[in-house]
Design a protein around this ligand. Structure first.
Ligand SMILES: *Cc1c(COP(=O)(O)O)cnc(C)c1O
Length: 497
């Protein structure tokens, strides 16, 4: 199985090289040259597997330059080394027609762990196979969740170093504490004076510095990023859509071959694209419901065929979905257009030059046959958190609530009663302030810090605080460096001596 660029670059890449390279030389994203397909016999076999077996089996079709043993070791190190419970992605059945797939039982209590726990494993194996690379240095600017998940994933990975820059102003107390208490020999966490854009710009400048890249190359390092356009982050997300389906088959809500709907809270379009890939490889998906928050660019695009990022950026209570450019949409457009790399390149040029692009009716209709989309504003989101607690005694974080609310809108609009799974992307305790406020009112959080609210939310609901968030405020602080944007390159230079 080889990989190619969405923008027509002629060279094909092995899975190893695609993972290590991250983005194609023409700026395109790597996609499989051909998709594997699971037929009904395969489905029967897959339905009896546990999570790790299923993951190895699915990866073996996408990463055929890895041996079976290598894949099994990657999977085991990621999901069965104690950082996840025995069932990594439990399904909570709320009703006959709605279940919640909990993707937040990993080391940072958010769904990015599903991919970032295994990407470093893929990279460590890939480095040994690759003729192009020998040591990898991961650089990331983070607005919160990705940084911690990347640190937890890359911690002590062989032949890999990781550096995370976070804005000194602009991450929550809890997110900051998660990062600055991170243990590991191969990592560095540094605050940057400024906001997220400053940190992000600093990292982009380092990536664009050809001379510096050459200096690092001489020391054996290739710079790489752990962001969600890496194909090695996308494929792990395909697995849990299959897993959720089989879980419903096992508990009798579905028969093999029956259709299923998914609701996915969407930001950069990675998670939901994995759902589309699952459908493309044989999972019987009826509708994929794409849920956005007040930053509803993607929703508008799916409904009108016009992508217009020129609008105000709104800071919401579901910050991981506050995004105006959804990079992974490029892979969908490539696929739905019949792999038209010229059209995709044109679209990306329009987006870069004008912040806007549009697709024709044919393409827009084709997308509409797979997806349904709408948004949930902050008032609706809070109401959903409250009503899910009242009705089911179940806690959802604001991102998950956006997904559930939009799914409700879909059912009302389409009258579709196909059994559905809403994916839950973060632990409610990770966004405890909003959750407590939505359920118990504003007064319940007045004058309290996030750590107090954490305990109170647990006391009042009987839900246990996830281990990674427990006693976080008592852990020793290991990373105290702070720098200016102009010094970031120096910091990288020193770290990679
Ligand atoms: C990253 C993230 C999302 C958005 O996922 P995409 O793959 O970027 O669409 C949703 N919820 C949470 C909690 C996240 O961290």
């Amino acid at each position: 199985m080889m990989y190619k660029s969405t923008r027509g670059y002629p060279e094909k890449y092995s899975f190893s090289d695609a993972v290590l390279t991250g983005i194609a030389p023409d700026g395109g994203l790597f996609v499989p040259v051909e998709f594997p397909e699971f037929n009904s016999q395969d489905m029967d076999r897959l339905s009896k597997m546990n999570y790790c077996q299923l993951a190895s089996e699915i990866f073996s079709r996408f990463a055929d330059d890895f041996t079976k043993e290598e894949l099994e070791t990657c999977v085991k190190n990621a999901y069965a080394d104690g950082s996840f419970p025995e069932e990594p992605t439990p399904l909570s059945v709320l009703s006959n027609t709605l279940s919640i797939l909990e993707l937040w039982h990993g080391p940072t209590s958010a769904f990015k762990d599903m991919a970032l726990q295994i990407l470093p494993e893929f990279m460590s194996v890939a480095i040994k196979k690759s003729k192009k690379h020998n040591k990898i240095a991961i650089l990331t600017a983070t607005s919160g969740d990705t940084g911690k998940a990347a640190l937890a994933g890359f911690k002590d990975a062989e032949n890999v170093k990781i550096m995370v820059f976070y804005p000194a102003e602009g991450v929550s107390e809890m997110q900051k504490t998660q990062m600055i208490t991170q243990e590991g020999e191969n990592l560095s966490v540094i605050a940057v004076r400024g906001n997220f854009d400053d940190a992000q710009t600093g990292v982009k400048n380092i990536f664009g510095d050809k001379e510096f890249a050459q200096t690092l190359k001489e020391r054996g390092y290739t710079l790489s990023s752990a962001n969600s356009i890496n194909i090695g982050r996308l494929l792990p997300q395909v697995v849990y859509y299959y897993y959720a389906y089989f879980a419903l088959v096992r508990n009798g809500n579905l028969k093999l071959g029956d259709k299923i709907n998914f609701a996915v809270p969407t930001g950069n379009f990675g998670n939901i694209l994995a759902c589309y890939y699952a459908a493309k490889t044989g999972l019987p998906v009826n509708k994929i419901v794409c849920a956005t928050n007040d930053n509803n660019v993607v929703s508008d695009f799916l409904n009108t065929g016009v992508y217009n990022s020129k609008r105000p950026f709104i800071l919401t209570i579901s910050p991981a979905m506050d995004i105006l450019i959804s990079s992974n949409l490029e892979r969908l457009l490539y696929d739905v257009s019949g792999e038209n790399s010229e059209a995709v390149s044109g679209i990306q040029q329009d987006l870069k030059a004008n912040g806007v692009y549009s697709v024709d009716k044919e393409l827009s209709d084709a997308i509409g046959s797979y997806f349904w989309s709408s948004s949930s504003n902050q008032t609706e989101c809070r109401k959903t958190i409250q009503s899910i607690h009242r009705e089911f005694n179940y806690l959802v974080d604001p991102h998950t609530a956006v997904g559930i609310d939009v799914y409700d809108k879909y059912v009302i609009s389409a009258g579709d009663t196909t059994p559905a799974v809403a994916v839950s992307t973060a632990s409610p305790f990770k966004f405890n302030k909003t959750v407590a406020e939505s359920i118990f009112g504003e007064d319940s959080i007045k004058d309290k810090n996030e750590f107090d609210i954490l305990k109170e939310l647990s006391d009042k609901t009987g839900w246990e605080i996830p281990v990674p968030l427990r006693d976080l405020d008592k852990k020793p602080i290991l990373h105290k460096r702070i720098c200016n944007v102009a010094d970031m390159k120096n910091e990288v230079d020193n770290f990679l001596q």
